[in-house]
Design a protein around this ligand. Structure first.
Ligand code: SF4
Length: 57
């Protein structure tokens, strides 16, 4: 199950810089995670200064 980025995202880009799968890119108003590429590693969740990244349901 892929991680997801909520509306608390302020598009700082911190998560995209650390993703080992290069699964995070800038979307419309916030960053988005490519669910097919996400490895479910959690690296991005720890990096987000806004706690906007959470495990998917
Ligand atoms: Fe990338 Fe890991 Fe975050 Fe998935 S959980 S988007 S692989 S850093």
């Amino acid at each position: 199950m892929a991680y997801v980025i909520s509306d608390e995202c302020v598009s700082c880009g911190s998560c995209a810089a650390v993703c080992p799968a290069d699964a995070i890119s800038e979307g419309d108003g916030k960053y988005v995670i490519d669910a097919d590429a996400c490895l479910d590693c959690g690296t991005c969740e720890a990096e987000c200064p806004n706690e906007a990244i959470h495990p998917g349901e």
